[in-house]
Write a protein that binds this ligand. Sequence first.
Ligand SMILES: [Zn+2]
Length: 311
Amino acid sequence: MIFKRREMALCLYLAFCFLSGVFLPHPLWAADEPSKELKGFLEALEQRNGRYGWKDLQCGSIPWEYHRTTRNRHPLIFAHFGKPSDDCILFLGGVHGDELPTVYLMLKLARYIKDNPQVVKNKCIVIAPLVNPDGYLAPSPTRVNATGVDVNRNFPTRRWQPDAHSQWVTKSGKNRRYYPGPKAGSEQETLFQVALIKRFKPQKILSAHSPLNFFDYDGPSSDLDSFEQWMEKISREANHPLKKFGYYPGSLGNYAGRERNIFTLTLELPTSNPKLGEEYFHKFQPAFLKFIHLPVTGTPPFTRLVKSGTR
Ligand SMILES: [Zn+2]
C-alpha cells in the first residue's frame, strides 16, 4: 500500500514537471534568436500590415522582446533602445485593436529609432507597438481584447473596485466596447503595461489612440501648469488640438499620470483610417522627438520637469 502511494506521488510529481514545462511563462527572447512563436507572430503581423499598404516597416529586424502572451497566444512584444538610464520614455500603440494607424505609428517609430540610434544617445526608449494583438489581428479588428475587455479600463487604480463597474453602467450604458473586466488587472495586456512601467520606471509615457483628435495629458499635479504650457506649444506646432479629457477608473492616465506622477501624454489621432498611417507619422514625428527630449528629472513618483525646459 505504501509502495502504491509512493508510485502515485512520483506520477503526480512527473506530471507536474511536464505541465510546468509546457505552461510556465515564456522565457526571454530577443530578435537575434527569435522563437518560432515570435517568427510566426511577426509573419502574421506583416501579413495584416500588408492589407493596409504598410510596406516600409520591416518589423523582423527590430530587436523585439516578449515575456508573456495573450489568450490567443500572441506575444506581447516591445523593443528597448539605448541604455537603461534615469531618462526613460515609454511609447504604446494598438492598446485598442481597431485603432489601426496607432500601430503603424509605433512600428514606424521603432524603425526610425533603429535606423537613427543617435536619437537615443543617453536615453532609454521602450516601444510596445501592439498592446492588444488579439483585437488587432481579429478577422474584423476590435477595440477590446479576446476576452472582451477594454484593456485601458483594467489598470489596478485605487478606486477601481467601487467605481469601474458602476461607471461602466452609468456612463456607457454597459457598452461592451468599454467593459473594464471582471477585476482590476485581470488582463495580460494590462499586466504587460504595468510590468513595463515597473521594470523601466519611465518618466514619460506616450500612448497613441484614435479617432478623437486631440492631445491629452496627466502627470505630477504640481508641474501640470508648466506641462500644460509645454503641451500648448507642441499642440500649436503640430496643429493638433489640446483637450483635458479626464480619466477613468482603470485607465493609463489615472494609473501612471495621476497615481504615479509619470508625465503621460495621450495622442488621439483624427481618424482610425490605416491608409493615413504614414501621413500621421510625418505630422507627429517632431512632437515625438520633442517629447523624448523634454527634460525631466527624478524617478516616479518624484518626477519633475527641469525648469529651463518648460519655457
Ligand atoms: Zn483608444
